[in-house]
Design a protein around this ligand. Structure first.
Ligand code: GTR
Length: 448
């Protein structure tokens, strides 16, 4: 499989850290490697292998033997066990309004508070959805970091009530969203453009189900699911990423009840840590028709065996709450992982998968994201579908691939309209995209 070049790294300082109750050595003190020549040689585990070690040679054998086996390895080593479905209900009324977006694009804005589960401690999540006229429409669903009100300047959007990471310059003060946060993330969610292309756009805040901090677990949705919250956790106990993936599936439970939404064309998208969660959501829940990872990096689309940018040691020491405890045990010994990122990506097959990188996002190892998508491709090929052929990386700004898609954008770690347009072009090609939806008129006042 893919092989890196031999190189020397100075030995890392070993420190001891307590990771969700487990004391283990963590190699966190090493500076990141950004030298391609210093990437170690590695051999990837065989993504096609079933429980007996034999590779699947047919799509049927993949579905029956290899996929469940590889999925269980991902649960064991990286994300923890898949969380169970719970009943989802709407709290109060669904709020609906006809709006006009930038460029005169007509849309329906829907807001709903969803209760996830039926117990007294069941968490709630607020979903914001814009739909094109006509339909049923394909919908992109994405978690956000700073609340729905930060995703658009629309003043009617409900302000997040969740604990958020502080960002006073973006209007997040004392861990709460303020009015000043409205629209501050809108460059990452080009609603008018996507609705204008015939796509619905849904979002919810990841903080609704897991406050993103190392001690966030007791305040998370895991309490309502009866999971252990403190002390020594089982090695395969799910963490924040699994909980965010679960939130995405519960939102999907509700989206598919709306007549305006095409249940066969809901696409999960995620940026960065939410890109990791989107990949795990796509692995756990095959109702997602397409999966998009944007700059998801370590613990997402980037190969862990490549010592480039963020490492298992770095990520599990800074974010011990994201993964199952077992993952931290692979710090400094990535070669022992029973899986790698290509296995995570392969879980999407035979559905369309899109991976997006950015040139200056070296921390996320763009080349490692490309190589993982290439290494996952044999699974699509079992289905008679075309993967990525592993030639040279595509030029900056070009989107390649028919069933496994990839682009690397110029610029930094971010999610921009340029990325979204590639996702929509790819969805147009693979899911017949918005072909069935009528196109709105193009001119008019800017209200978004
Ligand atoms: C970084 C983390 C990355 C990525 C990123 C983000 O600090 O090291 O793995 O998740 O945060 O989510 O913005």
């Amino acid at each position: 499989m893919a092989v890196g070049q031999r190189g020397s790294r100075r030995p890392a300082a070993t420190i001891w850290a307590t990771v969700i109750g487990l004391a283990m050595p963590v190699l966190a003190a090493d500076p990141p490697n950004y030298d391609e020549a210093a990437v170690r040689r590695y051999t990837l585990p065989d993504v096609l292998a079933g429980p007996d070690g034999q590779p699947a040679t047919t799509a049927e054998a993949w579905q029956r033997n290899a996929r469940p086996h590889q999925f269980a390895l991902l649960e064991d080593a990286v994300y923890g066990r898949r969380l169970p479905a719970v009943p989802v209900s709407v709290v109060g009324e669904v709020e609906r309004a006809r709006v006009e977006l930038a460029g005169g694009v007509p849309a329906e804005r829907i807001q709903a508070r969803l209760r996830l589960g039926s117990g007294p401690d069941a968490p709630a999540t607020d979903v914001l959805l814009y739909l094109p006229a006509g339909g049923p429409s394909p919908v992109f669903v994405k978690l956000n970091f700073k609340g729905n009100q930060a995703e658009t300047a629309d003043p009617a959007v409900w302000l997040s009530r969740s604990w958020l990471r502080d960002d006073p310059r973006a209007g997040i003060v004392d861990h709460r969203a303020t009015e000043a946060s409205r629209g501050r993330q809108s460059a990452r969610w080009p609603v008018a453009e996507m609705v204008g292309r015939g796509y619905g756009m849904a979002t919810a805040c990841y903080g609704d189900v897991f406050p993103d901090r190392p001690d966030g677990r007791p305040a998370s949705a895991l309490a309502s699911l009866g999971r252990p919250l403190e002390g020594s956790l089982p090695a395969d106990e799910p963490g924040a990423l699994a909980t965010w993936a679960w939130q995405l599936s519960r939102i999907l439970d509700w989206l598919v009840t709306l007549p305006e939404v095409d249940p066969e064309r809901v696409i999960v998208v995620g940026h960065s840590r939410n890109g990791k969660a989107a990949l795990w959501a796509g692995a756990c829940d095959e109702r997602f028709a397409m999966v998009v990872s944007n700059n998801s990096g370590c613990g997402g689309a980037a190969l862990e065996r490549r010592n480039y940018g963020e490492t298992v040691a770095a990520i599990t020491s800074r974010f011990p709450h994201w993964f199952c405890p077992a993952f931290a045990g692979y710090a400094g010994r990535e070669a022992d992982l029973p899986v790698d990122a290509h296995v995570t990506l392969a879980m999407v097959a035979p559905r369309p998968l899109y991976v997006a990188s950015a040139v200056d996002d070296r921390w996320a190892d763009p080349r490692g994201e490309w190589l993982a998508a290439v290494a996952a491709s044999p699974v699509w090929e079992l289905f008679g579908l075309e993967g990525l052929d592993g030639g040279e990386e595509p030029p900056v700004g070009a989107s390649v691939g028919d069933r496994v898609g990839y682009h690397i954008r110029g610029g930094k770690h971010d999610l921009l309209a340029e990325d979204w347009n590639h996702f929509a072009d790819f969805a147009d090609r693979t899911l017949a995209g918005a072909a069935a939806s009528p196109r709105p008129a193009a001119a008019g006042p800017d209200r978004q």
